[in-house]
Ligand binder design. Structure first.
Ligand SMILES: NC(=O)c1ccc[n+]([C@@H]2O[C@H](COP(=O)([O-])OP(=O)(O)OC[C@H]3O[C@@H](n4cnc5c(N)ncnc54)[C@H](O)[C@@H]3O)[C@@H](O)[C@H]2O)c1
Length: 297
């Protein structure tokens, strides 16, 4: 199965999906990028173009491979166009209800041999797999943000994921130049199980007046050698994504230590979703994109 992957479908052309499609293209594969929002697709095309141009300018990608990569990208609003994909990587909004519906639709559209992967940060792969007739071909493929830069892919095995599908997806991630770690299917997997409670605690420190946002971030940067402070990182990830993950940890692990900080909830309610909206914990100097209501878990 591994050597036969030539066409990678990606659903969701936001910050993660556009980066994943780019990885497929620069690895010499064909990419079909689907989004329900035409503006998101336009932004994804611009972002992939700019990023590939930068790679060519830096000498990290040859001119011929770069131009060829862009020719192998197809963007569409229509899920049915994923019929030819060998693997489909879902990177839509972090909502179990919305993702489950999508997996059930993809199961009907995708060819029988296709693998259905999710880039979810925290949602159960086993439950997404249960919405399909092919649970052994469903797997978590959790890229870090931004996918072209970050070296890690966390592969999550659902209860029924087959060894062959795991091996195929591991080979694909390695073809993208990534190091793979493997997690069992428990809320938050490895990285977010540890990272998100730290970010949430940084919000509690801000909420309870322990320190300013700048001092919290500087403390963690210089005091623990993190490249970004936790509040800066939350803005970078998206506060809506952080809140969704905390809700999954809270519901799935049942411990009150995972309850989302009220300040994080309030920022999301106010549409302060982080860098992508021009405002989160910090303000960014650009016009905010039009805010959309964020689906809840
Ligand atoms: N942001 C991060 O740092 C990060 C890191 C790792 C994983 N993830 C996960 O990746 C996924 C996407 O996150 P993101 O930050 O790219 O979000 P985003 O908001 O930037 O992009 C989501 C895209 O999905 C599209 N979309 C929503 N519902 C759709 C549907 N039903 N069909 C087709 N398109 C649909 C939206 O139009 C949007 O363009 C989430 O599951 C998130 O948890 C995010």
């Amino acid at each position: 199965m591994g050597s036969t992957i030539q066409v990678v479908g990606v659903v969701g052309g936001g910050q993660m999906g556009s980066g994943i499609a780019q990885l497929a293209l620069t690895a010499g594969l064909d990419a079909i990028l689907v989004d329900s929002d035409p503006d998101a697709l336009s932004r994804a095309i611009t972002s992939i173009n700019d990023s590939i141009t930068r790679l060519i300018t830096k000498g990290s990608l040859s001119q011929s491979l770069g131009s060829d990569a862009l020719r192998r990208l197809r963007c569409t609003l229509n899920l049915e166009d994923l019929q030819s994909a060998d693997v489909i990587i879902e990177a839509i909004v972090e909502s179990e209800v919305v993702k489950t519906k999508l997996f059930s639709e993809l199961d009907k559209i995708a060819k029988d041999s296709a693998i259905l992967a999710s880039n979810t940060s925290s949602i159960s792969i086993t439950r997404l797999a249960s919405a399909t007739s092919r649970p052994c071909q469903v797997i978590g493929m959790h890229f870090m943000n931004p996918p072209p830069i970050m070296k890690l892919v966390e592969i999550v095995r659902g209860a029924d994921t087959s060894d062959a599908v795991f091996a195929t997806v591991k080979t694909l991630a390695e073809r993208f130049g990534k190091t793979v770690i493997c997690s069992q299917d428990y809320p938050g997997f490895i990285v977010n199980r540890i990272l998100m409670p730290m970010i949430n605690e940084a919000f509690f420190a801000l909420y309870t007046g322990v320190a300013t946002k700048e001092d919290i971030d500087t403390g963690m940067k210089l005091g623990t050698n993190h490249p970004m402070g936790p509040l800066q990182l939350a803005d970078f990830i998206g506060l809506d994504v952080c809140l969704s993950i905390m809700k999954v940890l809270h519901a799935g692990l049942g411990d009150s230590k995972y309850r989302p900080c009220p300040l994080l909830v309030q920022y999301v309610d106010a549409g302060r979703l982080g860098r992508k909206r021009g405002i989160g914990v910090y303000s960014y100097n650009r016009a905010p994109e039009k805010a959309k209501p964020s689906p809840r878990l």
